[in-house]
Design a protein around this ligand. Sequence first.
Ligand code: NAD
Length: 256
Amino acid sequence: MQLLEGKKILILGIANHRSIAWGIAQACINAGAQIAVTYQSERLKVNVEKVTKDLEGVTLLPCDVSKDEELEALFSHLKETWGHLDGLVHSIAFANRDDLKGGFTDTSRDGFALANDISAYSLVTLAKHARPLMQERGGSIICMSYLGGERVFKNYNMMGVAKAALEMSAKYLAADLGPHQIRVNIVSPGPIRTLAAAGVSGFASILDHVSETAPLRRNISQEEVGKVGVFLLSDLSSGVTAETIHVDAGFHAIGM
Ligand code: NAD
């Protein structure tokens, strides 16, 4: 039996073939899951259709997490068609480009609120919507963070603060939802070239630094994040919640 056989998993955050969410989606399918994926906008729908076109039985649904009506529609569709949900993957982040460079002191009130809303609060509202679909059988929710939410990285600025909020939100959700056997865990990948990463000023130098200094002396791939995603979404991790797993070639352990 495959690790995710019979499991229904909702994946948010595919923008194109480089997205971490796409790496997780492929790993989930290879592990036997049935998946539904969302797209943020009509513009990105084309990309998501393109990457998923050869997969059988994948449901595509719109969801901009800043729009309550789209969240409502997404979960009522899943309730009607699937009846329950076994897993949810949150692989979403956004901050204004100006808040991903220069001095953190210059972060605007609106930029601070926007990054936290899209990148962290979205996990809370998604978990709230998922709970009724998960609570009878238990479930697993995972989100993507970054080491910049634990330590200071040049230019990561507002996204680092949003990741800290995301990680603590995941832990409070784990405590809240644990009695329903709903687990909430955090994956913290190392740097990967994606659309979102391109918005962080000086991103290429982070990739170089990791490949020179991480214990494995290389960067990691979407596929490697996908494998950890499958572990956390499967019963192999049934006793694991409120945990952070770094998939960063060991970089998080290195001091000087
Ligand atoms: P990506 O650009 O492929 O994915 C980001 C996704 O966020 C996109 O699909 C985008 O549509 C979605 N999104 C943004 N605003 C949204 C909104 N309002 N509603 C719905 N969706 C919205 O980039 P990625 O690197 O795959 O990012 C996925 C996650 O991984 C993010 O949380 C990111 O912070 C995290 N992460 C990325 C890296 C990296 O180096 N690439 C490292 C660690 C963590």
